[in-house]
Design a protein around this ligand. Structure first.
Ligand SMILES: [Zn+2]
Length: 225
């Protein structure tokens, strides 16, 4: 299958538009490693998103500083009408940072589609693994054009590739609809244009991002659940 069938959907790169977590209203699992103090880290988010939005109006897509993707009611209805697959939504509590007006209802897009683990040709390699706390760190992606192995793709319109849990990949169908409807707040790029800035990847488990049953189904055989 042709690699160009797939796209990456990201925020627009305007940092001033990113939504902030309302930290005092959210709870995060703490990972404490019995073997290495340095592995202590925040884990699974235990509560739905609660966020503060900059500005006083929302776009069709919104993103948090941690790359969570949010959509409005209107966009969700469009996704449903098109019959797109590979996602669920969670409720979001949102307010504007500097305005008393109430934002429109927002939904967190939780991607459940899957295209496997980044293939070795992408340059992504497991470089650190701690059996005590399941910490897995991967080298950066050097060849983003090789990230998606179509033979591992489950056919979903929205999907992720491990360990790039915060990168939403979409099919041509979704990309075409977003362009046709001129939806705002998201940039669609070819995966080959992704730039990881040399950063290491990973650190978490699939169950931190995907619904429990789905994370178990995919992640258990791969040891990343
Ligand atoms: Zn550890």
């Amino acid at each position: 299958m042709d690699q160009q069938k797939f796209w990456s959907m990201r925020d627009t790169g305007t940092l001033s538009k990113l939504a902030e977590w309302a930290h005092d209203e959210m709870e995060l699992e703490k990972v404490i490693c019995p073997a290495n103090k340095g592995h202590q880290r925040g884990g699974k988010r235990l509560t739905d998103l609660s966020i503060a939005l900059p500005g006083n109006r929302t776009q069709d897509f919104l993103w948090t500083w941690l790359s969570e993707c949010l959509v409005t009611d209107r966009v969700l209805e469009m996704f449903k009408a098109e019959g797109f697959t590979g996602f669920e939504v969670k409720t979001v509590k949102a307010k504007y940072k500097r305005s008393k007006h109430t934002p429109p209802r927002l939904w967190e897009l939780v991607v459940t589609g899957w295209a496997g683990i980044a293939p070795p040709e992408s340059g992504v390699q497991l470089i650190k693994y701690c059996p005590s706390c399941s910490l897995r760190k991967y080298s950066t992606c050097l060849h983003p054009d090789k990230l998606i192995d179509a033979s591992k793709w489950d056919g979903s319109d929205f999907f992720i590739v491990w360990p790039l849990v915060s990168y939403v990949f979409i099919t041509d169908r979704v990309a075409e609809m977003i362009c046709r409807q001129r939806l705002s707040g998201a940039i669609i790029k070819s995966p080959s244009e992704l730039d990881f800035g040399g950063h290491m990847l990973g650190g978490g488990r699939l169950s931190w991002w995907m619904p429990e049953a789905r994370a178990r189904e995919i992640g258990e055989p791969l040891g990343i659940y």
